[in-house]
Design a protein around this ligand. Structure first.
Ligand SMILES: Cc1cc2nc3c(=O)[nH]c(=O)nc-3n(C[C@H](O)[C@H](O)[C@H](O)COP(=O)(O)OP(=O)(O)OC[C@H]3O[C@@H](n4cnc5c(N)ncnc54)[C@H](O)[C@@H]3O)c2cc1C
Length: 409
């Protein structure tokens, strides 16, 4: 919903308790006073998107001021189940129908490459966030059955994306799941999203970045050669460029029929013993609407989400969390046979979706020097990685060949 005292919308970004806020090193210390110096770039939002952008910009030698109205990494990033999928919510065959073969192929390839880039970046920076390469298993569901999954696997393989079609027998044998078919691919990962974002922020701070919180950006104006931002407290900040990486609290100027905010829920179990190896190692989701998705963490917790509702704010109803967690655990048990017991953590959150499953990464309409990153979708973290690459290239005067795929629409 709009917040008339702020430049961006205001959302209740998490209700209930997500496990990541309870893990060590899931945030970073911020300064409380705004520095007087002028920066090359101001990054608004200190979640995973802002952290990736700040890291990329400081790698390019830019000086960066990161501001957030919440403490760092306390927006929607810790609500994430952090399946770092290369698979886009809209299957390749369907995306080809929506935007044409060439663009759909390019988007799917870019998504797969970006997962690799993020894993390599995490390793290079030595970020301790449990980043692990994992296969992804996409199960047949009410949206796609045997024929559609076969065609999807073939389309992906045709453009060099690892995708093996599994029939019911092969799926049952390798994963002990009873569904008519699935696609297995090797190119995804998982991590602790809060530790990942905090680690990236630390890397940026070790270069030429400063981080100040709480700072609420209430207005902006583009001037010749720069951008001025006003804060709710009456300060004025200037920089050559500004990047709004404000997640689901996007600028009203970015409102569009192409995207919407819905409600979603997730839970994390207690650490479970005797999980089969496939359940520990695989990211699982399904071709259904809404879809159930799950993965394990290193401690043996199952992290599982779903039960989306087409409402912007039903996620902030605390009474719904228990019911939704029960429904999610029930679906998980029906599929896998495992009883998760009483959840250790359960939470609700807003979740952004786009019609074509692609993020919006672009200049804010009417602005040359102001960018907005909306890494919406079930692979928001992968999309934020792409966004950091595209925006840092644009600010450095380089052209990213895929930039048009994610333009404001
Ligand atoms: C339940 C759930 C499960 C998910 N699972 C996955 C998954 O498995 N894999 C995946 O890749 N993605 C997943 N996502 C999506 C992923 O979590 C999001 O893409 C990601 O959190 C977005 O990060 P962000 O940095 O863009 O936004 P945020 O983390 O919300 O950061 C934006 C920040 O901007 C700040 N801000 C906003 N407006 C202003 C302003 N005017 N002034 C100052 N600061 C401001 C906010 O305070 C906030 O801290 C999931 C999301 C949910 C809710």
């Amino acid at each position: 919903m709009p917040d008339h005292d702020s430049a961006t919308r205001s959302e209740n970004l998490r209700t209930g308790v997500s496990l990541w806020t309870r893990t060590p090193n899931s945030t970073v210390a911020a300064e409380r006073t705004l520095p007087r110096q002028r920066f090359d770039v101001i990054v608004v939002g200190a979640g995973i998107s802002g952290a990736l952008v700040a890291e990329a910009l400081t790698r390019d030698g830019k000086s960066v001021l990161i501001v957030d109205r919440r403490p760092p990494v306390r927006g929607s990033t810790p609500a994430s189940t952090a399946m770092i999928l290369h698979e886009i919510d809209v299957p390749l065959v369907r995306l080809r129908r929506k935007i044409g073969d060439a663009k759909a192929n390019a988007a799917w390839r870019r998504s797969a490459r970006s997962v690799d880039h993020l894993i390599a970046l995490t390793e290079r920076l030595g970020i301790d966030c449990g980043m692990e390469r994992k296969p992804a298993l996409y199960l047949a569901g009410d949206e796609m059955g045997v024929r559609a999954l076969k065609a999807e696997a073939a389309a992906r393989a045709e453009i060099g994306i690892d995708a093996a079609y599994l029939d019911r027998a092969a799926l049952g044998e390798r994963f002990d799941l009873d569904r008519p078919a699935a696609i297995l691919s090797s190119m995804s990962a998982s991590a602790n999203p809060a530790q990942l974002a905090a680690g990236l922020l630390k890397a940026a701070l070790a270069r030429k970045a400063r981080l100040v919180s709480p700072v609420d950006i209430s207005d902006m104006a583009e001037l010749p050669g720069g951008v001025a931002l006003a804060t709710r407290d009456g300060a004025v900040l200037t920089a050559e460029h500004v990047v709004f990486s404000t997640g689901y609290e996007f600028l009203p100027q970015m409102e569009s029929a192409a995207h919407s905010v819905v409600s979603t829920w997730a839970l994390a179990s207690k650490p479970l013993r005797r999980l089969p190896a496939w359940l520990k190692e695989t990211l699982v989701w399904e071709a259904s609407d809404p879809y159930l998705y799950f993965r394990a963490d290193a401690a043996g917790r199952i992290i599982v989400g779903g039960e989306d509702e087409a409402s912007e704010d039903s996620n902030s109803d605390p009474d719904k969390i228990g019911k939704k967690a029960k429904a999610i655990a029930g679906k998980f048990k029906a599929l896998t046979g495992f009883d998760l017991g009483k959840p250790a953590y359960a939470w609700g959150a807003p979740f952004g979706i786009t019609r074509d499953g692609l993020p919006i990464i672009d200049r804010v309409p009417g602005h040359e020097r102001v960018f907005a990153i909306m890494g919406f979708g079930g692979n928001g973290i992968t999309f934020s990685t792409i966004a950091a690459e595209i925006v840092s290239a644009a600010i450095a005067g380089r052209r990213d060949p895929d930039a048009d795929l994610f333009a404001y629409r």
